[in-house]
Every structure is written in C-alpha cells, then in structure tokens.
Write a protein that binds this ligand. Structure first.
Ligand code: CO
Length: 133
C-alpha cells in the first residue's frame, strides 16, 4: 500500500458538516460529489497530502444510513491508495483477510474501490482505492 488516501467521516447533514469542517480545518471543501451507486453524497477537504471525505446518506438503503442507525457520526473508514486493487485483494485473501466487495465499485473522486471486512481488521473499516481509468 502506498499511503493513506483519505479518512472517511460519516455525517448526518452534509451542509452543516461542510461548514463545521471548514471551520476546523481552516480550508473549504474543494469538491462535492454524489455517488449514485452508493446512495451517498461526499465532500472533500485537502490538508497537505491528505484528504478528508465527509459522507452523508441520500436514502435509507445506503450503507451510511444503516451505519448511522447503529453508530454516531464520526470516523467511518480509512482509505489506502494502492497501485492495483485487484492484486492487493489477491494478496490479502491469501493472508485470510476477507474482502466485502471483490468486484470493485466506483467510488467518489474517480476511484475504483473495495472494502475489507472489519471483522478481519480489528474493527477498522479499510477501503482500498486506485485511480479509475
Ligand atoms: Co472513502
């Protein structure tokens, strides 16, 4: 894995959270993007080399909606940038780490992504991402 690409934070209200994080980070969100496939809206902040991704639900069926039924707002996942997600999936499966979606899905920010199973990662939801073609 190359680096931490972003940290994902689940929020209930993207507008008020945008304002809050602009205040905290001292910089405005540079992009907002709807990811239809996931039923979410995202908002990105750039801090040096690192990004913060705010994620809010657009419907009751989205993973973020389900997450917020059981959890409070806050840290949701850590995303690692890799050159080749499929190669990493192969490597991690050999290590006994389960992957939630082996068929990559389209994430925000022009990325192809997958998630590792938190039961196999000390409870941390880990996203792997690479630039989409
Ligand atoms: Co993410």
């Amino acid at each position: 894995m190359k680096r931490i690409e972003h940290i994902g934070i689940a929020v209930r209200d993207i507008e008020s959270s945008n304002k809050l994080f602009a205040k905290i980070l001292g910089t405005k969100s540079y992009k907002s993007e709807v990811v239809d496939a996931q039923g979410v809206v995202t908002s990105f902040f750039k801090i040096g080399e690192s990004k913060i991704e705010l994620i809010a639900s657009l419907n009751k069926e989205s993973v973020i909606s389900k997450y917020l039924e059981k959890n409070k707002e806050g840290m949701h996942h850590i995303a690692f940038y890799v050159d080749d997600v499929n190669a990493e999936i192969k490597r991690l499966k050999k290590e006994g780490i389960r992957v939630i979606n082996e068929t990559l899905s389209r994430g925000a920010d022009n990325k192809m992504i997958c998630f590792l199973h938190p039961k196999d990662t000390n409870g941390v939801l880990i996203e792997l991402c690479q630039e989409a073609e």
